[in-house]
Design a protein around this ligand. Structure first.
Ligand code: NAI
Length: 395
């Protein structure tokens, strides 16, 4: 079939196998071009990434493999391809990455299924036991709209809403580039608790306790989950909204896990990362406008990083730098330090004030936003001939 990009309400419904392979290759080539580290031996050799098929999770898996030579297992939720049906980008990325990892002589395997379920945790534990013995690092990088509680079977949904009052701010319609006002009604009923249940730390803790209980976490084990804070303009809908409550819970969970892991000298961290174009972030109202302005400013200042570069810095300059992991007063790793620099934020604010509802966005990098969005779905690569008939089951 000929695979074309189909986007509906900022969600790409298709992905291109050859393009996803090109995306993975581009990231691996970047990582391979980085100088070899002297302290490479202290890097984790056996890594489990939960949500390792796209975005920050995939970047974590690739950095662990290329920079540290790690064997890796990914757990992610994917739609597999059929004769006339494309798979999710995560499926194509995973197949492409695992093929390249094997060429590098590295073990790389995936379990596709619901990470929130006990069944998938059991399958993962079995795979770890059989092939890795134990794990040195678990990266927890899930972004999910729902979770089924493994004990009660109850379904919870996460929403991105302000708490207490309606939020309204400028946004940009990505296809047309026209500035518009986004209005988001406040959370109702149990939406705050449900979002915490899905995106908070409960499932992260279940994973760690489950594998710890089976003796599958190595001495000196580390685990990291990802969070976001962002600029004040998005506080009502993000940090002070439903998702912010979930992230606070995730951050508290890190401290609790570290205390529980002391017998194996284990450490749990939350890393506050930069706002980036991923499948999860592109659908958040206001975020495309903020990211487009942020990208332009950070590119002009020579500070721009996408997922792979961010996570490369997380490993080399934070988690495995050879000294104590640097954290803020709340114990969090701050990889958003460049995004939150006062000069960066002041320039984003200045450009934000230039936007007018109903007019094209000015002073931003909407092209960069779109290009990255296309790339993470395997589109927009000059090296790929999109007019060729391909079998969606082959990467
Ligand atoms: P993403 O959408 O690119 O990746 C999400 C991953 O979770 C995918 O591998 C997907 O397959 C997996 N997943 C979702 N539901 C699952 C389930 N039920 N079972 C198994 N796997 C499942 O998202 P992104 O943006 O990389 O987000 C990862 C984490 O990073 C999230 O916690 C997010 O809040 C955080 N973060 C994202 C930022 C951004 O700007 N994109 C900024 C800072 C933090």
């Amino acid at each position: 079939m000929i695979i074309k990009q189909k986007i509906m309400r900022n969600v790409s419904l298709t992905a291109h196998p050859a393009g996803c392979a090109a995306y993975v290759q581009e990231q691996l080539d970047y990582l391979k071009s980085q100088p070899l580290l002297e302290n490479r031996d202290s890097y984790p050799r056996r890594v489990l990434v939960i949500g390792g098929s796209t975005g920050y999770g995939l970047a974590s898996r690739m950095v662990a493999a290329v920079v540290g030579g790690a064997a890796s297992i990914n757990v992610s939720f994917e739609r597999e391809p059929a004769e006339n049906k494309v798979a999710t980008p995560g499926w194509y990325n995973t197949v492409a990455f695992e093929r390249e990892a094997k060429k590098m002589g590295l073990y790389a395997q995936s379990i596709f299924g619901d990470a929130f379920s006990t069944e998938i945790k059991e399958q993962t534990a079995e795979l770890v036991k059989q092939h890795l013995g134990q794990v040195d690092l678990i990266v927890y990088s899930l972004a999910s709209p729902m979770r089924i509680d493994p004990v009660t079977g109850q379904q919870y949904k996460s929403v991105l809403k302000p708490i207490g009052k309606t939020y309204s701010a400028l946004s940009v319609d990505v296809p047309s580039g026209i500035v518009e006002t986004a209005v988001i009604e406040p959370a109702e009923g149990t939406q705050v608790e449900e979002t915490v249940k899905v995106m908070g730390g409960e499932d992260w803790r279940l994973w760690i306790e489950f594998l710890f209980g089976k003796g599958l976490l190595a001495k000196g084990f580390k685990t990291v989950a990802y969070s976001y804070i962002g600029p004040e303009i998005t506080f009502p809908v993000y940090r002070e909204g439903t998702i912010g409550k979930a992230k606070e819970h995730l951050e508290r969970t890190a401290g609790e896990l570290t205390r529980n892991l002391s017998v194996i000298d284990g450490e749990a961290y939350v890393s506050v990362n930069k706002a980036l174009v991923t499948r999860a972030s592109a659908v958040i109202p206001v975020v495309p406008l903020y990211i487009a302005l942020l990208y332009k400013v950070m590119k002009e200042m020579g500070l721009h990083e996408e997922c792979t570069r961010q996570i490369h810095r997380l490993f080399t300059d934070r988690l495995y730098r050879g000294t104590a992991v640097p954290v803020d007063a709340e114990g969090r790793i701050r990889l958003d330090d460049w995004e939150m620099r006062p000069d960066v934020q002041a320039e984003v604010d200045r450009r934000w004030a230039m936007q007018k509802e109903g007019s094209p966005m000015v002073g931003g990098d909407l092209e960069g936003f779109k290009e990255e969005y296309d790339h993470i779905h395997g589109f927009g690569y000059a090296s790929v001939d999109y007019s060729v008939d391909v079998d969606p089951r082959e990467v």
